[in-house]
Design a protein around this ligand. Structure first.
Ligand code: SF4
Length: 671
């Protein structure tokens, strides 16, 4: 386990003191031992020398008693003196302190030399170590005798050991005291560091309401006798005024922290309240969390505003029926609206962050990528009409791709918008068709008018000729053929005039059912001979319209004849009526069970002279005349193959829509 700051500090203290103690101990013990032994040796020499001087007089007087008293007294005064004895120059014992008899061998173990003065030897008896001093007793260079003094070396060592033990005890006490003092000094620091650590952990968890700096005995408003409640520092116990912006003391300097703190150092509030480095650290930490809290709050507000704006923008984009998308410079979809999602049949989450290749088939994605790259590199918008196929079928889109310029005008993305113009396209086609029909109608009318007169003349003269020639003759037959073909031409001209609406109209108010019944009565017999049945499914009430009854009858004659031709024999024709839009539009349908019409031909069937019948079997004007009559009556005709009625798998259905006029002006109604 790793040591904490306190453990490390104490361990450091301990190791330092131990090393220091051991160094001191070994050095000091050796030095002290040497010093004490030297001192003992010098003390022994001094005692021996003094005693040798004191023995001069008894020796000269040969007073053995005084000699004995002197050596005994000297030994008695010092516990360290082991023995004392005096020898005459010949080595005879004159006095000694031994109680149990003099050890003779001791006389020769330490011989003094006249050249050295005295002699010192360390004797080892086995039980004891003894410093043996041999000191000459002289008078005027004459040797009177030799003093031998034995000093206990063991006792000296004991003294040294006692001193060393005392030193060790003092050292241990010093270490303990140092540890105690170190702990007392380190504890506040460690507490502050722990508090800082806890605060930083809290801050990391997102809690910025933390107060690390210690409470002050007196705050700025106490020290300055201030009552400016509007000041941000007033009664703010957790933050120091020198860290807060916008304080209101006259001496407070505004601006950034570095500038402010310089002025604060001279202020008495700062001088009284600022603490050591640890306190400064805690205060600056609190100031940092306060600043972070402010910045975080600003950021959250900004994020909320951004989210609100994003939501509003998305709502607006979703309300737009056109599809809109935003891509970055790499082609990644960043934002799309609801219409775009509906077009792709995917959710926003499934589109945002993806590329064209993830959303479209490979060939189409490659084409879109190429277009996008071109728009981004050239910074030029692209406008095009695009035909797409999706889950709702084939549709036409008007697409605009606009580059989004960045700071250096290089494109950083592109906005793509697309509008569904399928209906517009359909209307355009219808308009083109109508214009074509109109041109053809006008041409037909012109030609018909031009031909009508000569035809009338040919017919008139032909009929006159027929009256003048023999009925059985060849000429009669030839003229009859001319008259017959001229009548056919006249019929075509009449149809052309009908188609171009140039013929005369007789307007009346009539029920569509009467017109239909009249037509059906005429054709039903012939149809029945070919096993074709006409089935009526009429609206129970009369459906009135205002128009040319004759022309309307011609419309349904054409439609029924077309149905007859499509069936050939053995089949059914359904004639139905109803209200397409109640009160304003009626609907008449003629449905057959015949061969039907190809999809590609369905668009052309109302064109003049378009026919699928063989030569001599029809002019192809029937349906275009029908189209012209219906249009003249402000109506509409549509063809479906197969029929809208899903129960019929083949055949064609013509649906005619005509304005309903159930309330005619008085006297208008056709009886
Ligand atoms: S810093 Fe503000 S609250 Fe403190 S003494 Fe100055 S004015 Fe008063």
């Amino acid at each position: 386990m790793k040591l904490g700051f306190k453990g490390k500090l104490l361990m450091g203290f301990f190791i330092l003191l131990m090393v220091q103690g051991l160094v001191i101990f070994f050095w000091f013990s050796q030095a002290m031992k040497a010093s004490v032994l030297d001192e003992i040796k010098n003390q022994g020499l001094s005692t021996a020398t003094s005693l040798a001087v004191g023995l001069v007089e008894p020796l000269l007087a040969m007073d053995y008693l005084r000699m004995k008293l002197l050596v005994d007294e000297t030994k008695r005064l010092s516990n360290d003196i082991f023995y004392i004895f005096v020898l005459d120059p010949e080595g005879r014992i004159l006095a000694h302190t031994f109680k149990d008899g003099f050890p003779v061998e001791l006389k020769t173990v330490n011989l003094f030399s006249r050249t050295k003065g005295f002699s010192l030897k360390l004797l080892n008896t086995g039980d004891e170590k003894i410093y043996d001093y041999a000191v000459p007793i002289t008078v005027n260079q004459d040797l009177l005798g030799v003093l031998r003094l034995g000093l206990s070396h063991t006792r000296a060592e004991e003294v040294v050991d006692q001193v060393l033990i005392t030193t060790i005890i003092i050292m241990v006490l010093a270490i303990f005291l140092a540890g105690l003092v170190g702990t007392l000094l380190a504890n506040p620091v460690i507490r502050s560091i722990k508090k800082l650590h806890d605060s930083s952990e809290q801050a990391l968890r997102g809690n910025l309401n933390i107060h690390t700096a210690p409470a002050l005995a007196r705050n700025c408003w106490d020290i300055m006798n201030c009552s400016r409640t509007e000041c941000p520092a007033y009664k703010n116990y957790h933050h120091r005024c020198w860290y807060l912006a916008g304080t209101l003391c006259p001496t407070c300097v505004g601006g950034e922290y570095a500038k402010k703190i310089e002025s604060c150092r001279k202020c008495r509030v700062y001088r009284q309240c600022s603490g050591d480095e640890i306190q400064s650290l805690a205060e600056s930490f609190d100031a940092m969390t306060l600043s972070l809290k402010g910045n975080l709050s600003d950021l959250k507000n900004a994020e909320k505003i951004l989210n609100d704006q994003k939501g509003r923008l998305q709502t607006i984009l979703d309300a737009v029926p056109d599809f809109i998308s935003l891509q970055d410079a790499q082609g990644r979809y960043i934002s799309v609206n609801k219409a775009f999602c509906e077009m792709l049949g995917r959710s926003q989450d499934q589109i945002v962050g993806r590329f064209n290749k993830d959303l479209f088939p490979p060939i189409i994605a490659e084409r879109y990528d190429e277009e996008d790259r071109s728009v981004l590199s050239s910074s030029t918008p692209l406008v095009k009409e695009n035909r797409i196929k999706d889950h709702r079928g084939t549709r036409w889109l008007h697409v605009v791709k606009i580059p989004v310029p960045g700071k250096d005008l290089a494109s950083i993305g592109l906005v793509c918008s697309g509008r569904d113009i399928s209906i517009l396209k359909e209307v355009q086609d219808q308009l083109t068709h109508a214009q074509k029909m109109d041109s053809v109608g006008r041409l037909a009318a012109g030609v018909a008018h031009e031909i009508n007169t000569p035809l009338g003349i040919i017919l008139g003269y032909g009929q006159l000729l027929l009256e003048d020639v023999e009925k059985e003759g060849q000429i009669y037959q030839d003229v009859s053929a001319i008259v017959k073909q001229t009548k056919i031409c006249a019929k075509i001209v009449k149809d052309l005039l009908n188609f171009s609406r140039s013929s005369e109209s007789v307007t009346s108010h009539f029920d569509i059912h009467t017109a239909l019944e009249e037509v059906i009565d005429v054709v039903e017999h012939t149809f029945r001979l070919n096993h074709i049945t006409i089935r009526r499914n009429f609206h129970p009430s009369p459906l009135y319209l205002k128009g040319d009854k004759e022309k309307i009858r011609q419309v349904f004659v054409n439609l029924l004849n077309n149905a007859f031709d499509a069936i050939g024999s053995n089949g059914e024709i359904f004639v139905g009526t109803g209200e397409a839009e109640p009160g304003s539009q009626m609907k008449i349908s003629v449905t057959d069970t015949g061969c039907g019409i190809d999809k590609k031909n369905l668009q052309k069937i109302f064109d003049p002279f378009y026919t699928t019948k063989g030569p001599g079997k029809g002019t192809g004007l029937g349906l275009s005349v029908t189209f012209g009559i219906i249009k003249e009556h402000k109506g509409k005709i549509e063809a479906y193959s197969p029929p809208l009625d899903k129960s019929l798998l083949q055949g064609t259905e013509f649906v005619v829509l005509l304005p309903l006029d159930n309330e005619p002006a008085k006297g208008e109604q056709d009886g």
